[in-house]
Design a protein around this ligand. Structure first.
Ligand code: PRP
Length: 179
């Protein structure tokens, strides 16, 4: 696929993200302090940078697991189908679970994943998303913690890709097409 030429304008700096991660971790710590059964679950692939920063900032005894989901549009039914491409390695019944996502857009992915994990009867199930695009929401879902509310812009970096590129940018940038 040929890509339209584009540039990336910085939208949220690495410094602003680090400060927000620190603040979020204080709140998460207050929520989970005292438990020794917390599993932090990253949704692949977009969350890999965020979860790496979160768990290193979180002074709690934790386990880490990953899950990969993919959502496909279904034009016929004007709905989306979410499929699990890689499930968790471990059981979560009776455990405390924090699901980490990079961005909530239509809400289908995280809404589906939370429903699935809830059915496995964890003791506590919470979610955190670095970015939230409320204007794009198609299902009634809100993460328990949100890093930043953003407008409907095409964003990349800090784990988020455009055609699989730019995940390694240390900041969140906005894609601007030049042609
Ligand atoms: C992106 C993002 C979220 C999802 C959000 O994942 O990482 O998981 O879309 O969209 P939604 O709220 O509309 O469901 P993507 O499928 O691009 O995969 P990736 O994480 O591997 O980049």
């Amino acid at each position: 696929m040929t890509q339209r030429p584009y540039v990336i304008d910085e939208m949220i700096s690495a410094k602003a993200i680090a400060a927000r991660v620190e603040a979020l971790c204080r709140e998460i710590h207050d929520e989970f302090v005292g438990t020794d059964k917390l599993i932090v679950v990253g949704l692949l692939r977009g969350s890999f940078v965020f979860i790496a920063d979160l768990v290193r900032e979180l002074d709690l005894p934790i386990e880490v697991d990953f899950l990969e989901a993919s959502s496909y549009g279904n034009a016929q039914h004007s709905s989306r189908e979410v499929r699990i491409l890689k499930d968790l390695r471990g059981a979560i019944a009776g455990r405390d679970v924090l699901v980490v996502e990079d961005i909530v857009d239509t809400g289908h992915t995280l809404n589906h994943v939370m429903g699935l994990l809830r059915s496995r009867k964890p003791a506590r199930l919470k979610s955190i998303a670095l970015l939230n695009k409320p204007s794009r929401r198609e299902v009634d879902f809100r993460a328990d913690w949100i890093g930043f509310e953003i407008p409907d812009e095409f964003v990349v970096g800090y784990g988020i890709d455009y055609a699989q590129r730019n995940r390694n940018l240390p900041y969140i940038g906005k894609v601007r097409f030049t042609e």
